[in-house]
Structure formats: C-alpha cells, structure tokens
Design a binder for this molecule. Sequence first.
Ligand SMILES: Cc1ncc(COP(=O)(O)O)c(C=O)c1O
Length: 374
Amino acid sequence: MSKSEISIPAFDIKQQYASIQAEVSAAVLEVLASGRYIGGLVVESFERQFAAYTGVRECVACNSGTDALYLALRAFHIGKGDEVITTPFTFIATSEVISAVGAKPVFVDIDATTFNLDLQQLKAAITPKTKAIIPVHLFGQPVDMTVLMNIAQAHNLIVIEDCAQSTGASWGGQKLGSIGHIGCFSFYPTKNLGGCGDGGAIATNDPNIAAKLRLLKEHGQKTRYVYEEIGINSRLDAIQAAILQIKLRYLDIWNRQRQAIASRYQQFLSQVPGIITPKELAGGQGVWNQYTIRILDNKRDWVRAQLLERGVNTMVYYPRPLHLQPVYKSLGYRPGQLPVAEQISQEVLSLPMFPELSVEDQDWVIYSLKDCLG
Ligand SMILES: Cc1ncc(COP(=O)(O)O)c(C=O)c1O
C-alpha cells in the first residue's frame, strides 16, 4: 500500500458493529416485533445486568450521559446557592449540568500526568457552599478515588463520578461508578460501551436515590398523571437497551484490546523526544477511551497536520478548557488562573484508539510520529 492510500481513522465504530452484526440485527428485530419500544423487559434486564457489571445495587437507565449527571445532581438536591467542584479539562456536559440545576461550577486545575483533577489543589477550593465534587475519569483513566473519597468524607461532600469515558475501568479492584455516591455513564456510540444512538445510565447503592432518579426521569410522576416534582423525560429506548445488552458481554474483551494498543503505543513512543505519553496511576485499571499524548514545544498543530499527510487522523480533546469558555465569562476566570489545564489544552493529541485497530495500523501511527518528530 502506498502512503497516499493509507487512512487510519481516529475511531471506527463500523468495524465493531460488523463483528456482532448478526446478534445485533436479531435483537433489534425482536424489539421491533414486540411493539414495546419504550421501557419494558429489555430495558429492565439491561439495568440489572449493568448494575451487576458495575457492582452496585441499582442502575437507572436514561437518555444520555448528560442526563445522567443532571439527574444525579437533582437527586441530591443540588441547586441554587450551591457550589460543585469539577475539572476544567472535560467535555462541557460535566459543568453544563451544574449550571443547569442552578449551582455554580468551581474549576480546580488538573494534574499534568493524568489529565485528571489535581487532588492537592482540590481541598483549597472547598467552601461552606460546596456540596459536591464531580471527578471525571478522563480518557478512561481513574482518578485516585481513595484520596478523593477521604477528602469528600472529611468535608461531608457528595461525590458524583463522571464515568462517561471509563465504563469498565476500576480503582482498587472496584469498578468506577461504584465508589462515589453515584456514578454516571454515557453510551454515546464512541464510548467504551457505545449504543447505536444516545443513551446513559446512573449507578447507585442507595435505593432511595434510585427511586428519586426514576421519579425525576419520568416527569416527576410515580403514579400515572400525578406529578410530584418537576422532572424531565429521559428514557433509554428498548432498541438501545437490546444492543447494549449484547455489547456489554464483549466490553471486557474490547477494553483489553484497548489496553494492549495503549501498551504498544507506550512501549514505542515513551522514549520519543518531544512527546510525553500518558501515565497510569498504580491502583487503577484504565480502559483507554482515548490514548492522549502531549506534544511539546508548541508543535501540536504542526504534528497533527504532518500525521494527517501520512494518513493518520487524530483528535484534540480539548482545545480550550471550560473556565475560559465564553459561556462561563460571568464566573470571572482569567487566562493563567488554571495554568496546567491551559497548557495541556495546547499540547494534547489523541491518537487512533479503538479495539479493532490493527497492529499494522498501530505501527504506522508509531512510525509516522517518529518520522515527523525526527
Ligand atoms: C466526560 C463526559 N461527560 C459527560 C458526557 C456526556 O455524555 P452524553 O454525550 O451521552 O450526553 C460526555 C460525552 O461525551 C463526556 O465525555
């Protein structure tokens, strides 16, 4: 194959579908024939299986990871006058929901080696108004949940784990999403457990919180047409549940494939000058939703263009931290205030990462990076 014919995508969900097409098609047809498209046995059985997989008592399925986070905040009565601490280096959904419930997001800088919340700095951001922390296990790598839970317990704070990018990852042998008070998952198609549309779930060990979540996600009604609270409509439809149920059976295999790719990238890229490869914390088992390196010396965009010329597609997650987004102007953050997140956002480059990425393609990514960095 000549260089000009090579095209390696940053992610490719079609290959995964092809590998389970027969099973998925049969399950979808069964739902279609059943006439039960919203709720019902398939959704309930997925909820049970996902709860068992995550190691929690209850799972409440909903329409997206964003809704999962929103519902979690509502279930803990977080709202106007409250502060919620989170990272500025994440997808907007994490902080958007804090604002949506009327609370104030408080951004704490990140650690340059893990891209996750800097837990040393977190304590200093706690005020009498702080009600909760939303740690994000970014790119599939766990936050140190031992340290985080100690801080939270000492200050009586709720911990809402954002596991959108980390389904199947663990800390200290426990699945993420089962360690904090509540865990929120996204089944967006490119996530580790991705549906064929939107989807999300909330994991909890507290039956009262689960009941509250079910109330809120169904317009605040327990009895039909009797509304007890202002809720929303957030349902995982039966077709998605049927597909996710099949995919859940493969999740550990796919995550191991991601881990193998990450090990290879690590092995061949960690010594390349001008690159910093991601580090895993001892005590955690990550699932590599992304394999994100840092490109030093202001060369990120140049390297990205060079890779594209060689047929290697990459992504930049995230080019601008949330505290400097126009939507948060009113919070009064200034450039330079969270310097690590600001610098990292100029350096990060996510390499092709999906379970089916062939060894040949991995080699081409590695070769191309070495080639353009000399
Ligand atoms: C860290 C993080 N949180 C929350 C979400 C929101 O998930 P969804 O797209 O399912 O609403 C995402 C999705 O990209 C995410 O990456």
